[in-house]
Design a protein around this ligand. Structure first.
Ligand code: AMP
Ligand code: MG
Length: 336
């Protein structure tokens, strides 16, 4: 229900008279609702190709489908290297790159810990300290070996989970397909991640809502944007409550527990959706200061941080594109 409301907000903001003529496909994949819209003569055909690609990538990256390559890699942990497709190989390599770039904050070998919290299971629960320590022993990016076109997890019971990066990669692939098909105006909503091609048909920029993490049906602000991905990680996206305390799904691999940096959400704006996805997850673990240091050394993304103190920190490069909607938030600009 919550996701549906967000979509409506997003669509409302993206709305314009002409957009009603856009072709649209909705699907449920990668554990989330997706909505793809494109204009142009072969909009429908292009979207059908995009849908096919999404289903194909899901079959490679799923941790639960037994035929998936990720499932096979996890099944063969401590035993055999698994030959994988170019997509899986590339994404695993990228995941390792972001592990290094974020000083270990982004770590796909966190999977056994995520599982212990039940985030990939039917029942979510707080694991015992003993169980956590045991699972943390299985978290080791150095034991994820990528050689030629094979992947090996060197220790038995290790596992990987591409949940923090797969949707960003998928949006990049879908973008590529749509552009190859000649699409110059499109908006893709992949469960919390928005990706836009070009501008709206009336040549104005897309208006993408950034959710208020404290109020489900409101948004903190709006980004006026073109040709980029806007990817958000937030404590409200997947969580459970036990004994009055909330536990969210982004895990700090140093503690094995949900990251506690005072951040409620991080949005990354970039032409590179894969990077945006990896960084939005990582920045939840790294906190505003460390993440800002990384931003200062880069020039290929902008970031919006929303804290539990009702503050919004936004990087200078995207500050002009942002309209604050919630007056109770204080806006700070991060400068280089
Ligand atoms: P996202 O919604 O992109 O922020 O990704 C969150 C998902 O990434 C979680 O549901 C886990 O499956 C996985 N995950 C959790 N913590 C981490 C982490 N520290 N590094 C990489 N992936 C993670
Ligand atoms: Mg992510």
């Amino acid at each position: 229900m919550k996701k549906y409301i967000l979509i409506l907000i997003c669509l409302f903001l993206c709305g314009c008279q002409k957009q009603q003529e856009m072709e649209e496909i909705q699907l449920f994949a990668m554990d989330t609702f997706m909505d793809l819209k494109a204009s142009g003569e072969n909009g429908r055909e292009a979207l059908l190709k995009a849908e096919k690609e999404i289903n194909h990538l899901e079959r490679l990256f799923s941790t639960t489908l037994e035929q998936s390559e990720v499932f096979q890699i996890n099944q063969n942990a401590g035993q055999t290297a698994v030959s994988v497709s170019d997509d899986t190989l590339h994404l695993m390599q990228k995941a390792k790159e972001y592990y290094t770039l974020t000083d270990g904050a982004f770590d796909i070998t966190i999977a056994p810990v995520v599982k212990a919290w039940g985030f990939t299971e039917e029942v979510k629960k707080v694991p015992s300290e003993e169980e956590l320590q045991q699972k943390l022993q299985l978290v080791s990016n150095d034991k994820l070996r990528i050689e030629n076109n094979t992947i090996l997890l060197e220790q038995k019971n290790m596992a990987v989970d591409l949940g923090g990066i797969a949707k960003g990669y998928t949006s990049d692939k879908v973008n590529e397909i749509l552009k190859q098909e000649g699409i110059t105006s499109a908006v893709l909503y992949l469960g919390g991640n928005v990706s836009v091609i070009g501008r709206k048909e009336d040549n104005t920029k897309w208006r993408v809502a950034i959710q208020d993490p404290l109020e489900e049906e409101k948004f903190a602000g709006i980004l006026n944007i073109e040709d980029c991905s806007i990817i958000t990680s937030g404590v409200y996206q997947r969580f459970f409550e036990q004994n009055g305390k909330k536990y969210h799904h982004i895990i700090d691999s140093r503690t094995g527990k949900p990251a506690e940096t005072g951040l409620l959400s991080v949005t990354i704006v970039s032409k590179n959706g894969t990077m945006a996805d990896a960084l939005s997850t990582s920045f939840m673990v790294m906190g505003v200061e460390k993440s800002s240091d990384l931003w200062k050394k880069s020039n290929d993304f902008g970031a919006i941080f929303i804290t539990n103190k009702k503050e919004i920190y936004i990087t200078q490069d995207i500050a002009d594109a942002f309209e604050l909607e919630q007056s109770e938030y204080t806006l700070h600009i991060i400068e280089k």
